[in-house]
Structure formats: C-alpha cells, structure tokens
Design a protein around this ligand. Structure first.
Ligand code: ZN
Length: 298
C-alpha cells in the first residue's frame, strides 16, 4: 500500500490532473470488493485476506482506485484484439509461478464470477500426477495437497526436477546437466527448458507429464462450456518454450480427445492460440478494466 500510494504521488507530481489508478494484482482476489483472498506465491500458505482496495481508498481518497486480478487483466487485453472479436467466449490460461484461467463472455464484455468474486482458479484443483510412471505427492504454495499448481506451474516444475534428481542416478547427459545446477532453482528450471528446446528425450517426457493435467483441464472446460471458442495460452512457462509447450499440450489433447469430435487434433489446433510474449498484459488489461468500470460494462 505504501509503495502504490507513493508511486501515485510521484505521478501526480508530474501530472496534477491524475485522478485514477488501476492495478493488476497477481493474487486470487474478490472481484466484487478488490479484497485479496490468498497469495501463496507472494506471502506463503498462512497468508490472511487483505483488503487492498479498501486500504488504498482510505490512504488516498482523492484517487479513483481499481484493483483487478492479473489473469482477468491479461484476458481483457487479448479480448480487445480484433482477432477474437467474433468469438462468443474466450478463455485464457496462464502458466507461470502459479496457474489460473478466466473465461470472458464477449457478447456481454463480461468475466462472470461467483458470489465470492472468483472464477477460474484451476491451479488449486487437486489432481493425480505421475512422473515416468511414479505417482508423486506435492504440497501447493497455498498449503493444499496435490493441487495442479504443485506440479505444472513453474515452481511445480522445479519441485518435480528435484524429486526426479533425488530418485535417479546421474547416468544420462540430461541428469548430469541438471545435477550440476541443482542448488540453484532458477538455473535448474532454465537448464531444463534449454534441454527441452534441444529435444532431449527425458526432458520432453517430463514436459509431457507436466502438460498432461493442463490438457485434461482443457477437455473438461470445453466439454462443460460449449461456448468457449478460443483458449489463449500464456505465462512465463509457456513463453519460455513456446513451440515445445504448445506441441506437448496439443499432443496430449489429441490423445485424450473430445467426445464426438472426429478430428480432435485439428479442433484443438484451431481452438488453442499462443498469447504475446511480453510483460504488458497486466498494464494494458488494468487500463481496460478501469475503462470498463467507468463505463459499467463489467
Ligand atoms: Zn493450492
């Protein structure tokens, strides 16, 4: 709160007419109230709810504050693109330090939320995960057991690599390269991504295991919500290995299939698209969220 208030004061110093600030927040939040519900990756599993919007309004009431979830912001950015104008419903899945999705109803320019102000927190759904035929158990950043985040997010992949190295002997080049950087999580994950890009067979098998639960989520989403016409894949993990990530995801989707869809590969290829590899989605989406709020379309 101190940081945000200070930042806005600096901007007001440059431009006295500044009267509004919109924030894209990387945490599960109540869309009705702007209250942060939980952010395991930011503040750990024991973090409490925090009324960010309320505190900002109290500290600086002359500013019209808007707080929007970062996944919602990213989806608003893409929905604004003419490429998606004809789609009835668009879904966006982000795979980065955590995993979440949102669906936007284009006809009403609306991201539906439940009474708690939430939609699409798929990262916290418990799943069954196996790595090279071995079932694994992991704890999510939120403290929950076997949540999707604990395996398929960026942090999940790092955990899986540690488990893999602790259970295997360094015989292949893959294991030797990872062993050399195992004390540094960032290097461990980036070395894994380099091995994926080099088409290392073990790295590809691990990637396939990681994208499989996401593929299953997608088949559930498309089965239940028949109006979703596009799914945009984005986030740090996706963009680190774009071509390989999409190939692995589409391969798993093709194998799982979709009921009564005769050419699942072609169907999924048409439905899934890649987001833009930059850091601008939060910024652009927050501005659109503010405009929508002012125009009361959301
Ligand atoms: Zn969780």
């Amino acid at each position: 709160v101190d940081f945000l208030v200070e930042k806005v004061k600096q901007f007001q110093h440059q431009d006295a007419s500044l009267s509004a600030a919109s924030i894209s927040m990387g945490a599960a939040l109540n869309d009705h109230t702007g209250e942060i519900l939980n952010s395991g990756p930011l503040w750990g599993p024991d973090c409490q709810k925090f009324d960010l919007l309320g505190h900002l309004r109290k500290r600086k009431p002359d500013v019209n504050w808007v707080v929007v979830n970062d996944v919602s912001a990213a989806l608003l950015r893409f929905a604004n693109n003419p490429q998606y104008a004809q789609c009835r419903r668009i879904n966006l899945i982000t795979v980065s330090s955590g995993i979440a999705c949102r669906t936007l109803d284009q006809s009403k320019s609306y991201i539906p939320v439940n009474k708690d102000g939430i939609q699409g927190e798929i990262g916290h759904i418990p799943i069954e995960f196996s790595l090279l035929n071995q079932p694994l158990t992991e704890i999510c950043d939120c403290g929950g057991k076997n949540h999707l985040n604990a395996f398929s997010s960026g942090r999940g992949i790092t955990k899986i690599l540690h488990t893999f190295l602790s259970k295997s002997h360094p015989s292949s080049l893959f294991q030797k390269q990872l062993m050399a950087v195992r004390d540094n999580d960032h290097e461990l994950t980036s070395t894994f991504f380099s091995l994926v890009k080099a088409d290392d067979p073990t790295a590809i098998r691990i990637l396939d295991a990681v994208t499989y639960p996401i593929a299953k989520m997608i088949t559930h989403m498309l089965t239940i919500d028949a109006e979703i016409e596009k799914i945009i894949m984005t986030g740090g993990v996706v963009h680190a290995i774009e071509k390989h990530y999409m190939h692995s995801l589409l391969k798993n989707l093709g194998e799982i299939g979709l009921y009564q869809v005769s050419s699942p590969e072609a169907f999924f290829k048409k439905t899934l698209t890649l987001g833009i590899n930059d850091d601008d989605s939060g910024l652009i989406g927050a501005a659109i969220a503010y405009d929508n709020k002012i125009n009361s379309t959301i």
